[in-house]
Design a protein around this ligand. Structure first.
Ligand code: ADP
Length: 486
């Protein structure tokens, strides 16, 4: 449950569960209370009725007690008949003896009868007239009416009782609905909460989606939709928008600065180069000054290259670099690149082979594509020692043109591969700097930009010490028949 939706639903389920449990407990306690009051009222009624019957019999002068022998007295048969009409458990006692027990009492086992009569005689008092007596067969709620014994009617208590099973929680009217309805209600509510949490979080999902689309760096001009400023998410979107606007501003300023600085540096560097070249040709320059001038020329050329690369990338970032698209037959272009590479290879002692040349046409800028291919080939030559082989091939794979440069050079460590297209990244800065391989680490960044600008991709596979293969794929142009190269 790591998602906010899951956590919200879980918290809701806990709160709802506890609430429902408390509600169920309160309902059960109240129901039991009501059931107890009803039971007490019924039992009280019967005891009252029995008292009333005896009082009236006495008032009417009927014989309540008879003396079958000189030792004891008992209730007269008439009184017994009268009492037998009352329902439930009924006991009439004098101070220590049971004078009458109803049929329900007599149906109990002898042991239960004994327990009941003992409890009724010993435990019930005017201060404590009722309670529950637990028998083997049942639990009985009993309530006593205390009479004032007289010589004619030595009756002390009239005890009515009824089984207390109506107080059993599982027999309460509310029990079944609680057991059935509450879990159903709980499940239903939790499902509803899950759905509602999903609906309420949908705007966040949308916000994340929109933000993901913006964060690629090229879409900083886009903004998140804001409908009102009353809702929290819209306020958040507003704040993020303001932040993106500031970011966009600083990125633009940075790009503009790089572009402007590179642009401003271009002219003085060209002038400087021309001056150095002129100085080198001057008859007044002595032999001892030439090496210094040559180094100055090399460094100026290097700097001019750097400025050119920076300008290319800065303009590309600003989206100011127009790609002039036209149908380009890659075959001749790659052949041309191969020729140039072969010449460069001769100088560095590497063999350059053109292993495949399929006829493919793409929609693109021939100058940029040439720059892209040459970048890869010169890299391959730069990082392949003398005696190595650089293979170039152009193939067609479905609707993609595939240009690959394979070398048998030093290769790239697996840990370095993710950074290879980053700007100013070089595998071995110390060695690269200043030497004949001295690059700036911008070549591949430019190559990647050109590939992407053409809707294509660039990738690399490499093993340290074994060599590398750089692969460019470009979408093949849908060539209209009349434009198809012959
Ligand atoms: P650089 O001007 O330094 O060559 P790139 O952007 O063209 O800059 O290349 C970046 C780094 O990638 C290089 O410094 C080098 O370490 C590595 N690299 C590029 N191509 C190859 C290759 N064919 N073989 C081995 N390493 C390469």
């Amino acid at each position: 449950m790591r998602s906010i939706r899951g956590r919200l639903t879980f918290a809701y389920a806990i709160v709802l569960g506890v609430t429902l449990l408390i509600f169920a407990a309160v309902l059960l306690i109240a129901s039991r209370d009501a059931a107890e009051r009803a039971l007490r009222a019924r039992v009280e009624n019967i005891a009252e009725l029995a008292s009333g019957l005896l009082q009236q019999s006495r008032a009417a002068g009927l014989p309540i007690m008879v003396a079958p022998d000189s030792m004891s007295e008992e209730l007269s048969a008439l009184t017994r008949r009268l009492l037998a009409g009352l329902p439930g458990y009924l006991l009439v006692t004098d101070s220590s003896r049971v004078l009458y027990a109803s049929a329900a009492v007599e149906r109990l086992t002898t042991k239960d009868q004994l327990t009941l009569t003992r409890a009724v005689i010993r435990e019930l008092s005017p201060r404590h007239p009722g309670g529950i007596v637990a028998l083997d067969s049942a639990r009985i709620f009993v309530l006593a009416n205390f009479e004032t014994p007289t010589a004619r009617m030595p009756i002390f208590r009239i005890v009515a009782g009824e089984t207390a099973e109506t107080l059993d929680i599982t027999r309460l009217d509310t029990f079944a609905p609680i057991v059935i309805a509450l879990p159903v209600l709980f499940l239903f509510s939790v499902l509803l909460a899950w759905g509602m949490a999903g609906t309420s979080l949908q705007p966040i999902d949308r916000l994340i989606g929109d933000l993901e689309a913006i964060q690629d760096g090229r879409s900083l001009h886009r903004r998140l939709p804001v409908e009102t400023d009353e809702n929290e998410l819209d306020r958040l979107a507003g704040t993020i928008n303001a932040m993106i606007a500031r970011l966009e501003g600083s990125f633009a300023a940075l790009r503009r600065f790089t572009a402007d600085a590179s642009h401003e540096l271009k002219t003085p560097l060209t002038v400087l180069r021309a001056d150095i070249e002129r100085a080198m040709q001057s008859p007044r320059v002595g032999f001892d000054q030439l090496p210094a001038l040559e180094e100055a020329l090399a460094e100026t050329t290097r700097m001019a290259d750097l400025v050119e690369s920076l300008l290319t990338l800065a303009r590309a970032d600003e989206g100011r670099f127009d790609i002039h698209r036209e149908l380009v037959d890659l075959g001749p272009l790659v052949e041309d690149v191969h020729e140039t590479a072969a010449m460069l290879g001769e100088a560095s002692g590497a063999r350059v082979e053109l292993t495949a040349l399929a006829p493919v046409t793409v929609l693109g800028d021939p100058i940029r594509l040439r720059q892209l291919f040459l970048n890869l080939v010169t890299n391959a030559l730069k990082y392949t020692p003398a005696g190595g082989v650089v293979g170039i091939r152009l193939e067609r794979r479905g609707d993609r043109a595939l240009f690959a440069v394979q070398d048998t050079g030093q290769g790239i460590a697996a840990a370095d591969l993710p950074f290879i297209f980053d700007r100013f990244w070089r595998a071995d800065r110390a060695r690269s700097r200043g030497g004949e391989r001295g690059g700036f680490g911008l070549g591949l960044a430019i190559a990647q930009w050109i590939a992407h600008a053409h809707g294509g991709n660039i990738g690399v596979a490499s093993r340290l010490g074994r060599g590398s293969t750089f692969t460019v794929t470009l979408p093949v142009a849908a060539v209209p028949p009349e434009a198809a190269p012959a």
